[in-house]
Design a protein around this ligand. Sequence first.
Ligand code: BLA
Length: 721
Amino acid sequence: MTDLSHPPFGTADLTNCERELIHLAGSIQPHGVLLVLAPESLDILQVSENVADLLGQLPGALLGRRLGDCQPVLGVAVRDLLARDPLHGPVPLRVRLGAADGTPDTVALFEGTLHRTETQGLVLELEPPAPSPTASGESLPVRVRSVIAQITAATSIDLLCETMARALRELIGYDRVMVYRFDPDGHGEIVAESREEALEPYLGLHYPASDIPQRARELYLRNRVRGLSDVRYTAVPLVPRQSPLTGSELDMSLAGLRSMSPLHLQYLQNMGVTATLVTSLVKGDGLWGLVACHHYSPRRLGYEMRAACELLSEVFSTRLAALDAEANAQAELLVRRLEQQLVDAVSATGEWHDGLFAVLRALLAPLDATGGALIYEGQTLTSGTVPSSDDLSRLAGWIAEHSEGQLFETSALARLDPVFARLTAGASGVLAIRLTTTRLDYLLWFRKEQVQRVRWAGDPRKAVLGDDPNHLSPRRSFAEWIEQVRGTARAWGSREIATGRMLQASLSDVIQQVQAVRVLIASRQLASVSRVVERAVGPMVILDDRGSVLLANQAFRSLIGPEAGPLDTVAAVSTQFADPERVVELLRKVRREQRPWMGEMAILSRGQPVPMAVRMDAVPAQEGGLLGTVLMLTDLRERREAEQVRRNLSRTLEEEGGSDGAEPDEFMGVLEAILANARLAATSISGSEAEGAQPHALRSVESLTRRAAELTRQMVTVARD
Ligand code: BLA
């Protein structure tokens, strides 16, 4: 039975580790000390039990007293920091203190961070400086700058991950550096690795989502770099354990010294790992993956190096946003090209599916599918591995019956209905778009079952062990992952679904045009065909040869609102626009010249002007003359929002890039590299046509860039202190 409680830190087992309260660790790793201070008075509220190791005073001599009274130098350093920094997150400080052993005249340098908790006071963490990880002649900013340049130069996500793994290992010298990528179900895969040659490779290993509990993933979005210096440590408790301000456990979400979950420590020990450093890779609002660095002897990094790793992860995330936008733009280009081919095919033969048949194969790659099929008017055309024709039409019927909307998507077909169990091997994953509302016309893509596709990293069965946490390891979890993913395909990603939607919209646009023309050709059959246009996604108006309104569809009517009244004359339609005369005039011009007009106009949506891209097409009759006119509209509000966000981002880039002349050249060098990467990302994102996604991606680039600039500043300040 699964336990639904929230096990306190350190008491979780394999059945409930998903809910372990890891941020309430109540203890730290022993290589540093932690003090909790009252926000105003700086009274010492809590300390780690080992505080005397660095400060020479036992907990009893510190608790309840003002920091400045018992540690004057530290008191001044903390007050200084509070005076100059709003403390939005952990901020570094360096202090020289009398040696803990009380030897006169010896001073020791400590580095640390200070951060504010919501209700429990300030958390001060101190540690002795860490030895520099690699002996290189070049200064850290110069090396960081060079890594940023390499990240910016990466032209694909694979190359980006490889660059990150290699460059980070060169920088910090850990034995193994891996990039993990999460799939939409939360399962992970090691997609890049740089390691000491003698080590067994982990590249290509998959592991189940349960290896990193959801709660930990949420924490890793807030705290983007975590270090573990020696897996065999004995955790040092806080005294008192509860916060005197709230009576509850201290929230250690942002504490760098936080003790790690014992289950995870067991996992690492089973793997033979001694020290780790892990950073978060972010996409939009979510965790895209992690960089995990393993070392096989104790190791830790100082503040500057940790800041550098975090900064590089933010730069990575920015580059990721750019590459993602570029891939989207390519998918869009493909869809546009396809659209053009279809329009050409329609004008050549009057049929759009000829064009579609011709490009079906080209559509497999962008959706990363193993098979594809088109069902149109009872005919099927396929490419790659697909179910039989009978199964295909059965599937189309099932989808039409069981799914609402235009796009259907699953990664485990047989779980939806056991009748499809036979199709598991080749078609566990299905993405389908419906092309017409009146017939079962579908475009479908398939993905093979996942286990049929993985690169086996050794025999996973070899190490399948029981439920004992003492046996947790990536090899075992690989086997567990295999069990979990039986009958499923790799999940369709947001890009593939977006491409599917784009294709759907584009194809139904083309089909609509075809249908609209047919409506015009046979306006007497309006009743039967108009259903299609009526249900079309985009707002549309069809006028006949004399310029009377044949149809203003549902999307058009709901755009302008219910109070508009009947829309059966050109006058009634044109008054829905901010400039009715211009609409009438343009319609006349299009009819007269028989050339399309495209431009922008405001329409009144519930009385409010809304910017619209407008397209007016004259449809010539075969025997000469004019059949009528078609008016199609696209809402530009999202595009406008994107423009606004773009302007904000440019301002941020300008602000961050501004120098008051006081910064050292090295600092400006890193900052310039960060900004160059961000500008490129902004350009890629703006160049993509998926307006809906733009504001989000641009905002995320903005916050990643601000954070990277902030870290650069801190890295350099610490180096100077
Ligand atoms: C955390 N588990 C993690 C982390 C990683 C992994 C990378 C993040 C650690 C950090 O940010 O410092 C998983 N590490 C791996 C894997 C490899 C690796 C797969 O190197 C492969 C090479 N872990 C389990 C199981 C449970 C579990 C079965 O495998 C629970 C039943 C728990 N993992 C667990 C917990 C954490 C964790 C609780 C949070 C650790 C913490 O931050 O305190």
